[in-house]
Ligand binder design. Sequence first.
Ligand code: SAM
Length: 276
Amino acid sequence: MAATSPIHFDVEHLREAVLRTYDRVARDPRGDFHFHRGARYASEYLGYDPAELAELPESCTARFAGVGNPLQIGTVIAAVPGMRRENAGPCPGETVLDHACGAGMDLLLAARRVGPRGRAIGVDMTPAMRACAQASAELAGLSDRVQIRAGYMESLPVDDGSVDLVISNGVVNLAPDKTRVFREIARVLRPGGRLFLADVVVQRELTLDARENPDLWAACVAGAMVESEIPTLASEAGLVDGRVVQRFDCFRDTPAEARVAKDLFIQGVNFYARRA
Ligand SMILES: C[S@@+](CC[C@H](N)C(=O)[O-])C[C@H]1O[C@@H](n2cnc3c(N)ncnc32)[C@H](O)[C@@H]1O
């Protein structure tokens, strides 16, 4: 069952389950969840720089729930022979969009890199997460360049061709209509603009039973793409050069791993593409 095939549950019901889960993460990040959170997880499992995270407010780092490290993609890509340095970044003065930013940890890291002449726009559907991202931007002294907007990654409140770099961490798996999410990414990117995406992938298809379980969706497992689907979805949306550049064991030691992850070879990947 491919992640893009039709599923039979109510999409609104699924969205409510996802919103309830992340509202709970925003209100009580140390609660009981099927996935890791926080700064220590980010540095020990995903390779974030602990010193850089220590400079951000805990209001965003404690609620981090990504599955990879999208901002590392620029460094990896810059080292690939034949790839142009402009594909790296985020660079000073650029506009970066995090299309489901949660409490804003990646967004604030990007905001620091784009500097005072750049912009970092965060979109999220969960009000409590947006409130954390906004408060964190103010605490970090970055509200001059950070904008938090209410919205969905399937219909972004962002102008056509206005973004240099879209970052994404652990969220495309949560969308039932992944084709639409990739089309929205391509729509908002300027020609040549890049996508740095981290998401959960599986190596073989999930059963329909697993895919129709809303709790497993909200835990970032049931909606995972089969790895080979990502370059296809990206290319159908008009993105080129798509490639997986890094892998992460993001479910290690979680209840999700005990239930399904080992069987499915579920893992986080960093994926790069750019608009033609
Ligand atoms: C797994 S968390 C990841 C958040 C953030 N990227 C991070 O790394 O911490 C999922 C986030 O995606 C948001 N989200 C889920 N589905 C969404 C959608 N369709 N549109 C916008 N935001 C969505 C949730 O509100 C939640 O904040």
